[in-house]
Ligand binder design. Structure first.
Ligand SMILES: Nc1ncnc2c1ncn2[C@@H]1O[C@H](COP(=O)(O)OP(=O)(O)OP(=O)(O)O)[C@@H](O)[C@H]1O
Length: 270
């Protein structure tokens, strides 16, 4: 498969000296009680590219994604071993401010989950609680910029006081992306962000990911290999808790080194 990216993307080599690591995971294992869901995974996630995690159901993609901003902390029995560095700083060190971390490393989930609040408040909430600003005019500015960046401003600018939950599914997902953007993140993690959306809303989110590329490090878990090929520049293929192969998206899809990667991308299993 060789689906072209949405717009001319850099064709990175691998390893790519230009793609400085934003996140470095070193020998990471994740357990649920005694069960090991991620087994000794190491990966550098670049600053300026979109990285896709692909692999069969249950191979640990979401588990690993959640370990990148300590969302696994919220799951009883989950435990992470190894090291995850964000700009060289261990996010699991004691004393790490996890609320601050999750603003720096934002997350968008499978099912859009806007707060049951107005569109405006969905965006303004984060900057307020993180103390980014309390001033109404600055907040107005953040709300407008975030909605613009998420490609939603024109659709909602005249109804900012309507409830976020009254929007369509695709608009709700763009609202959730705007909410993540509002706190000025450095990384955005997306866990199957289009799986609840129709093809048109999916295409809109994919265009948006492409527009956001370069401004944020983006990591997307997807079941759709076409989607990975369209939106990402790097792809990691997971299988039974391990990364089998990681490289440029074009190499993974056109010239995989590993038999298991080949089998997966040609649809032989998964
Ligand atoms: N909260 C949990 N408690 C116990 N086991 C879990 C939990 N969440 C996931 N697992 C197990 O960990 C393994 C990895 O699951 P995970 O959801 O990370 O895989 P995935 O590749 O994202 O799957 P999918 O593509 O189906 O979403 C699976 O065996 C799953 O059953």
């Amino acid at each position: 498969m060789n689906t072209p990216a949405l717009s001319p993307a850099p064709t990175p080599t691998f390893p790519d000296p230009v793609a400085e690591a934003k996140i470095s995971a070193k020998n990471v294992s994740v357990f649920y009680g005694a069960k090991r869901a991620i087994d000794d995974v190491s990966i550098d996630i670049p600053k300026s590219y979109v990285t896709a995690f692909i692999g069969p159901s249950g191979c640990g993609k979401s588990t690993f994604l959640r370990s990148l901003n300590r969302m696994n902390d919220t799951i009883a029995g989950a435990r992470v071993e190894g090291e995850i560095l964000l700009d060289g700083e261990d996010i699991y060190r004691s004393g790490m401010d996890v609320v601050q971390l999750r603003a720096r490393v934002g997350m968008v989930f499978q099912k859009p989950n806007p707060f049951p609040k107005s569109i405006y408040d969905n965006i303004a909430y984060g900057p307020k609680i993180h103390g980014i600003t309390g001033s109404k005019s600055e907040l107005d500015g953040i709300v407008e910029t975030s909605l613009q960046r998420a490609g939603l401003w024109d659709e909602v600018k005249d109804r900012l006081s309507d409830s976020g939950t009254a929007l369509s599914g695709g608009q709700q997902q763009r609202l959730c992306i705007a909410r993540a953007i509002a706190v000025d993140p450095e990384v955005i993690l997306m866990d199957e962000p289009c799986s609840a959306l129709d093809p048109i809303a999916t295409a809109r989110i994919e265009e948006l990911i492409d527009e956001l590329r370069g401004r944020y490090a983006i990591v997307i878990v997807t079941h759709s290999m076409q989607q990975a090929a369209r939106v990402s520049q790097r792809t990691a293929f997971f299988h039974i808790g391990k990364i089998v192969e990681y490289g440029t998206t074009s190499d993974i899809f056109t010239n995989p080194r590993e038999e298991r990667t080949k089998d997966y991308i040609t649809g032989r299993y998964g």
